[in-house]
Design a protein around this ligand. Structure first.
Ligand SMILES: [Zn+2]
Length: 81
């Protein structure tokens, strides 16, 4: 019979599970889905193009990166009240 274990799920909804609390704390801090990191993943301006390349709808130069963090043009995809 398989042995159950305890796992931790990322609170930012990226779908990641880890076996230790401390490593998950570190992941959550750096997670691309963490709104505090202002990444393309959670930005309204993110545009998915063909061939797996990503462009920025706000014209930000990403220096060849698919996803950048702490973008000055970052806009939350979730409307704020
Ligand atoms: Zn995560």
């Amino acid at each position: 019979m398989p042995k159950p274990i305890t796992a931790y799920e990322c609170i930012h909804g990226c779908g990641k599970f880890l076996k230790t609390y401390r490593i998950m704390e570190r992941h959550e801090e750096a997670c691309l889905c963490n709104l505090a990191n202002r990444t393309c993943r959670t930005c309204l301006h993110d545009e998915k193009l063909t061939m797996g390349k990503f462009a920025c709808g706000a014209g930000v130069e990403k220096g060849g990166e698919k996803i950048i963090r702490h973008c000055p043009q970052w806009t939350n995809t979730i409307a704020e009240e």
